[in-house]
Design a protein around this ligand. Sequence first.
Ligand code: C5P
Length: 227
Amino acid sequence: MQLCVSLDNATQEENLALAQTLQGFDIWLKVGFRSFIRDGKEFLEKLKAINPNFKIFLDLKLYDIPNTMADAAVEICKLPIDMFNVHASAGKDAMTTVMKRIENIPHRPLVIAVTALTSFDNETFTYIYNEDIKTKATKFAKDTFEAGMDGVVCSAFESLDIKNSTSKKFITLCPGIRPFGEDAADQKRVADLNLAHEQQVDFIVVGRPIYKATDSKKVVKRILDNI
Ligand code: C5P
């Protein structure tokens, strides 16, 4: 299991300071909409300059028509990143088109698809997708697998089912992790490290419990010691 730290601070300076603090650790960093829209490619380059071994997950959750998604994916592959994502609800056709367009790019980043946001409870999810989370997340995961993608973003509660219905090697990356039972905030389906272990999660994504902590380094060390 690997740790992916969300760089969701309000400013680039704070995100860079957090990366500096964590530069000695073997971790992934997650860059989302806000900082990428504001700070762009230069921010990614600055993170790699702090530690070239930092792996970067660009969390832009592409959702559009197949050709537009594939065009964007080709551009994303030119960035200094190691993983990016799309929405599985964009459809299998869109995901297949993305993978076909980038399959021959040397050292292409990993590509994963969001099944269900961890901020959804079952009622809200069913209102949108007309099926309960567990059933639909597994269907989305199968589509993602068949489209040739590397894995999915899902809640820790669905990880094992998804692996059993696709492949053990199919990556599960799980946000909504509160390693030691910290405050859930807006996340509805949170899991701790024990559940993540049981569910054979490949990547845990942790944001607020790390970047809002008074000693972020200590929290990361404690998480790494326990995974
Ligand atoms: O602070 P917290 O640990 O809740 O942060 C979770 C991070 O993971 C946020 O950056 C959020 O955008 C992201 N994320 C998520 N659920 C998904 C996909 C991404 O919470 N399904």
